[in-house]
Design a protein around this ligand. Structure first.
Ligand SMILES: [Zn+2]
Length: 352
């Protein structure tokens, strides 16, 4: 029996007794919302948000407007007033992108850990996700984007080396290498991966702006320039996946395009994203990391969401955990009559 109620509504995850939302999709005007990170599927123009300083800055840049920001440093246990004695909330590094946080909530003698998007492998541009609260938790609400055994990523350093080789081979052949990566997080990781290679880099405007915000937060990067079509030939270009079929690409002479995403493990990824190469560099936990995380925490129950939530909950039940999917994705998939695989790979790759 659990004292804390957790509801998945069409607006998002809600803890009704605490008046608290977790990464709700729909803007909240009366109750505070914890925002784990600033990727667009986790943000909305809420009135009051609980987040890290980095997420607050990315959110200001991407959404504009004003809101009440409750900014918490990692590991500070803060009390929030609410009916029934309120709750304590502690942010922990999620290792997904810079500033991404898990939320550890304590109320009514119980604890809930909500992961948001996370990964355990140390990335080049994110804080390292520590194992999890040493004292474990009663309820774990976790993302399961890559919750099928086929998603096991090779070591990131190996993938990065392949990407650098791809760039060098393109340049040697007289083509311009174009790396397509999500503008917040993956792009900065790739840029840092290029450090020490001596390869000249140009960033598309959106990526350039977000990289500048990272610098304002104290991160350093190798030299880069703003994308200038007239001078782009012979440089490594970093652009967002939305540009995969953009007409301007044709104006810079021969190009070789690549995406960096966990979905690269799907054989259809390269074709579906219309690129020459796909590299499995992800900012999400892979299947083994998802299992490892649950085994380290040993929660009393696990609620899964995003991606292969139902499959992963079934895997956890086989391992003896009390687990079930609360993903809206599953319902959406059913209502649209789509196979989950189909939903995972739209023409424009989802952030992963
Ligand atoms: Zn994300």
């Amino acid at each position: 029996v659990f004292a804390l109620e957790i509801q998945m509504t069409s607006a998002g995850l809600h803890l009704p007794q605490l008046g608290l939302w977790l990464d709700p999709r729909r803007a909240q005007r009366s109750e505070p919302a914890f925002v784990s990170h600033a990727h667009s599927d986790h943000t909305a123009p809420h009135r009051e948000v609980i987040l890290t300083e980095a997420t607050a800055r990315f959110m200001r840049h991407r959404l504009g407007g004003k809101r009440v920001e409750q900014i918490l440093p990692f590991a500070e246990r803060r009390h929030f007033a609410a009916p029934g004695g309120g709750f304590h909330l502690t942010l922990l590094p999620a290792g997904h992108i810079f500033g991404s946080a898990m939320s550890f909530i304590e109320a009514r003698g119980e604890s809930v850990l909500y992961t948001g998007d996370f990964k355990l492998r140390p990335g080049l541009c994110a804080e390292v996700c520590e194992s999890a609260p040493a004292h474990g938790c009663d309820t774990l609400i976790m993302e399961t984007t890559f919750g099928r055994p086929k998603y096991r990523f090779p070591p990131a350093a190996e993938v990065m080396a392949q990407i650098m080789r791809f760039c060098r081979e393109a340049l040697d052949a007289g083509a311009t290498p174009v790396l397509m990566a999500y503008s917040l997080g993956k792009s900065q990781e790739l840029l840092r991966g290029l450090a020490g290679t001596g390869l000249p880099v140009m960033l598309e405007k959106t990526i350039h702006k977000i990289t500048r915000i990272h610098e304002g937060l104290g991160l350093t990067f190798p030299a880069y320039g703003l994308l200038d079509l007239a001078a782009a030939a012979g440089k490594v270009l970093l652009v967002s996946p939305q540009q995969a079929r953009a007409p301007w690409l044709g104006e810079i002479g021969p190009v070789r395009t690549a995406v960096a995403t966990g979905w690269a493990l799907d054989s259809s990824c390269r074709y579906r994203s219309g690129v020459d190469a796909a590299f499995p560099l992800s900012d999400h936990a892979d299947f083994d990391e998802l299992i490892e995380f649950v085994e380290r925490l040993r929660p009393r129950r696990v609620l899964t969401l995003h991606g292969f939530a139902a499959d992963f909950a079934a895997t956890l039940r086989e391992l003896g955990f009390d687990a079930r999917a609360i993903s809206e994705d599953e319902q959406l998939t059913l209502s649209l009559g789509l196979k989950p695989e189909r939903r995972q790979l739209p023409d424009l790759l989802p952030e992963a």
